[in-house]
Write a protein that binds this ligand. Structure first.
Ligand code: GRF
Length: 207
């Protein structure tokens, strides 16, 4: 399975995906890494691994159409079958979502459908979780549709919120499980063990 990873920041999930591929756990290839941020650590990680690293931002283009056409062309050129968003801070163009229906995943650092949506990213998520008094948080891998953080849930894992947790400690605990959860979800897609029916996603276990 050829994966494109879209990332705006440091790229620890990209690194986890590459590690899982190198260890032979994830039967896939990352054929391109795309970022809206030319300084993204994720682009640097891609270059270190000799993976095409593409900086693509709408401001480089005279029109939205030209931007979307270029994004679609990049995906086609690299034979992309699945897009994995990993801290990608831009909304995907509608045409990309339509062309990759049920083939775009995102990872969110909380238990959706709570603590998601516009503005719920980074430390804002963990601050909101702690302020709510929730005793559990976690990570969610979900399919991407046109609404932020609202696509069907693929996999989730919980972590307890301790009284002593700060947004920083909670973020660190969740990031640790994100790396394993994302790889597990991608593995299920790569091994064609995923059945999607409307909002329900079933993962078959290994044969
Ligand atoms: C992760 O916490 C992920 O859940 C969120 O963005 C962060 C990306 O981190 N969507 P990294 O760039 O993969 O280290």
């Amino acid at each position: 399975m050829n994966i494109a990873v879209f990332a705006s920041g440091r790229g620890s999930n990209l690194q986890a995906i590459l590690n899982a591929i190198h260890q032979g756990f994830l039967p896939a290839r990352v054929t391109v890494v795309l970022s809206n941020n030319s300084n993204a650590g994720a682009l640097e990680i891609a270059r270190l691994h000799k993976i095409p690293a593409v900086h693509l931002s709408q401001i480089q283009f005279p029109s939205e159409d030209a931007y979307v056409e270029t994004m679609l062309a990049v995906l086609q050129q690299h034979g992309v079958e699945l897009i994995a968003l990993a801290g990608y801070m831009k909304k995907l163009p509608r045409r990309v979502i339509e062309n990759f229906q049920n083939r775009i995943l995102n990872i969110h650092p909380a238990l959706l459908p709570a603590f998601g949506g516009k503005g719920m990213y980074g430390h804002y998520v963990h601050e909101a979780v702690i302020a709510s008094g929730a005793t559990f948080s976690g990570a969610t891998v979900h399919l991407v549709d046109e609404e932020y953080d609202r696509g069907p849930i693929v996999m989730q894992q919980t972590v307890p919120v301790e009284k002593t947790d700060t947004p920083e400690t909670l973020a660190a605990k969740i990031l640790h499980i994100e790396h394993k959860l994302y790889v597990e979800a991608l593995k299920a897609f790569a091994e064609q063990r995923v059945v999607i029916k409307e909002r329900n996603v079933w993962i078959h276990s290994h044969n």
